[in-house]
Design a protein around this ligand. Sequence first.
Ligand code: PLP
Length: 410
Amino acid sequence: MLDVMKIREDFPVLSKKVYDGKPLVWLDSAATSQKPRRVIQALVDYYEGYNANVHRGVHALSMESTERYEDARAKVAGFINAESPESLIWTRNTTEAINVVANSWGEDNIKPGDEIVVTALEHHSNLVPWQQVARKRGAKVRILPLTDDHTLDMDAAESIIGPRTRLLAATQVSNSIGTIVPVKELAKKARAVGAAVLIDGAQSVPHMPVDVQDIDCDFLAFSGHKMLGPTGIGGLYVKRDVLERMNPFLTGGEMVLAVSYEDATWNELPMRFEAGTPNIADAIGLGAAVDYLQDLGMENVRDHEIALTKYALDAFKELEEELDVHGPKDTVMRGGIVSFHHPDVHPHDLGTVLDRQGIAIRTGHHCAMPMVQSLGVAATARASMYLYNTEEEVDMLVDALKEALRYFRV
Ligand code: PLP
């Protein structure tokens, strides 16, 4: 079990007061998580103690920064159980990671008539790049639908994933309604027809144990800033044999071995996919975030979120006549995301009133427009929880919502 009150002390911003002294209630971790002191300190230590470019220097600072930067890669690779650190490419975020796959592997491997299968839940980051590849390569994007309970329709998956499927690209947890997708089962179906498998781990890697070898995926994309790490750093795991056959997406410095005026040869893995000076400080910061998460234990993080989500769904029952709460009923099938909607009050208005009470939630289409529109609405309000949230904060949310609805007289 997590000692949440002790954990909260590690996050300086969580003691912040907003407006006229209201305690900040951070329920927007699906957008970005807060950062513990250990991560902030890792950034300060880097800039104060050993700031230097990596891989090229012969001096002490460059050797120190290279060692710590590569150490961070090994930690993050280990966190997702990658076969080796070389299977982890640093990117800016999930979006960039998926674009690397689309522009490199996708351009080389998707052929006319092929099908790219995604779920109805996808964030734009795991939909738009595939629409682009499909358009360029004469392929088709197919959508795996949901059941009435907002879980993935596995019967439909059985008929949609077939001999034409070249890639299955699925999110593991929906950022808009919280659904958990059984990616291991889907990956098995995709493998059976010879398709490659990409998992969008933006909302899973921060919140639950994720094991790329167990899922048996070719690619896993995730963002550091959603898992207690800094912004501007993320990861792309690629299975070793797939990575060896992939062409680099960006070219230039760092990713080359030898260059003449006419030609160039590529560096070793994973540097081949990391052109230019990398985001050294933030990679090291993400390593510190992974240390923090591993000390807590990802099973414990997941258990805390299941319990808190159950508590939140029970608390929302008090508002069931007013609000539609989206997503699966079963907390085992959902992450710590509660998305809701009132038929007569715009989510932005709800969000603004909650904000005045110090409660930060997200409102809008959550970069998953087709998914949110399929609920019959243009936007929802979304509370998203993490390891530092408490039942008291859920109570504050529900009380503030009741008050907001009274304010709007609905
Ligand atoms: N995929 C999912 C499921 C997300 O929730 C997000 C961000 O909210 C992304 C992809 C994109 O992440 P980023 O903006 O860090 O690239």
